[in-house]
Design a binder for this molecule. Structure first.
Ligand code: NAD
Length: 354
């Protein structure tokens, strides 16, 4: 009997290098379009999923979260952190990995990096929401906060919503310069701005994607003109918001999963019974999205487990027949399922390390 597990128990693993290879192979804009469609398809069958606010472990400097869900056939979860102080130490604010498992057997069927995939799925979700909520004629987006998520956001709005101009602002001009340089070949017209006020000039869509563990005011009420769509990404933790409360009071607010957003989103600043609309209901036609040109629509994004589930399922399909994964020996697979010890005993190395 071989001490090695059978091939059936191998779990496909997508490393950061593989993910980059896969996305280049398919093309980043096509991946964003595909992910937006994949996520939208799951929003259409929203009631079918197990849903729970993510399980968050907070510290003074950040948060570590687990995000589980299941559609009854497949289970998925993501591990993700948020540490705004990390960039000053040369580390990412957000890193993540995730897993899909077969509900029938409980066996994992994919393990993947999700730092890159989170940036892609967040951008795809933002653009998918904007497709339903932003003015149809919107071609210019202000992008406030030019960190790790920003280029992905800009490209998703180009690919999914037809945005052709992005106006960038960050309190750190080097972040704006990097973002502009990275987008130079994208086909987008990129305008570097020196203030939030300058960035929003002529923009029909405003994306806020800053990282600061405080009640920040990236947008004040007077900055938001009628008819604008706000895509608020960065406020995603208790005590971490980006918009002045007055903006919320005159916006139509759309959220992913209210029990989580009320804890983490911009709406933590509002009364717990303030009316919000669930995005899946707009997508399925059960609730109204934008209904006039003057309306300020706000997607109060915090990121929900179903978006990660959709993204992982997309990756699981996309890697088939490609070299963009390895097989991980992470599930014990004894020939006799009850003889776990026998498998271990037969694997005793002949040479022991002193
Ligand atoms: P990052 O640290 O790489 O970038 C954040 C940028 O914001 C930095 O360049 C910083 O200089 C800038 N900034 C901070 N305060 C600012 C201000 N007052 N005005 C303008 N710019 C300011 O972080 P990231 O990975 O790009 O993530 C950005 C935010 O998005 C984080 O708060 C993160 O938690 C959140 N996020 C949300 C989702 C979601 O699904 N909603 C997903 C991923 C990340």
């Amino acid at each position: 009997m071989s001490p090695l597990p059978s091939k059936l128990a191998y779990v496909p693993f997508v490393s950061v290098e593989h993910m980059m290879g896969l996305v280049h192979h398919i093309g980043v804009e096509k991946v964003l379009i595909d992910l937006a469609a994949e996520i939208e398809a799951d929003f259409r069958r929203w009631p079918l999923f197990d849903k729970t606010p993510r399980v968050a472990s907070h510290s003074d400097v950040g948060v570590i979260e687990l995000m589980p869900t299941s559609d009854g056939q497949t289970y998925g979860f993501k591990y993700v952190n948020g540490h705004p102080k990390n960039t000053a130490e040369g580390l990412q604010t957000v890193t993540a990995f995730g897993l899909l498992a077969d509900v029938e057997s409980g066996y994992p069927k994919l393990l993947s990096e999700m730092t890159l995939l989170t940036a892609l799925r967040t951008a795809a979700t933002s653009a998918m929401a904007a497709k339903h909520l932003a003015p149809r004629s919107a071609r210019t987006m202000a992008m406030i906060g030019n960190g790790a998520q920003s280029e992905f956001q800009c490209l998703a709005f180009k690919a999914v919503c037809g945005v052709d101009t992005v106006r960038l602002f960050d309190i750190d001009p080097s972040a704006t310069a990097r973002c502009a340089a990275n987008l130079a070949q994208s086909g987008l017209k990129v305008v570097e701005c020196r203030s939030g006020e300058e960035a929003i000039e002529g923009a029909q869509i405003i994306t806020t994607c800053t990282a600061d563990k405080q009640y920040a005011t990236i947008l004040t009420d007077n900055m938001v003109g009628s008819g604008v769509h706000i895509n608020a990404i960065g406020g995603d933790c208790p005590g971490k918001t980006e918009l002045h409360r007055d903006i919320l009071l005159r916006s139509s607010i759309f959220v992913e999963y209210p029990p989580q957003t009320r804890i983490e989103g911009e709406i933590q600043q509002l009364d717990p019974d303030h009316a919000v609309t669930e995005l899946w209901q707009v997508i399925t036609g059960q609730a109204q999205g934008r209904n006039d040109d003057q309306q300020v629509t706000l997607f109060d994004s915090v990121g929900f487990a179903i978006e990660d589930f959709s993204a992982l399922r997309y990756v699981a399909r996309a890697i088939r027949g490609t070299p963009f994964f390895t097989r991980l020996d992470m599930i014990a697979d004894p020939d006799d399922p009850r003889d776990l010890f026998g498998m271990f005993q037969r694997a005793k190395p002949e040479i022991t390390i002193a």
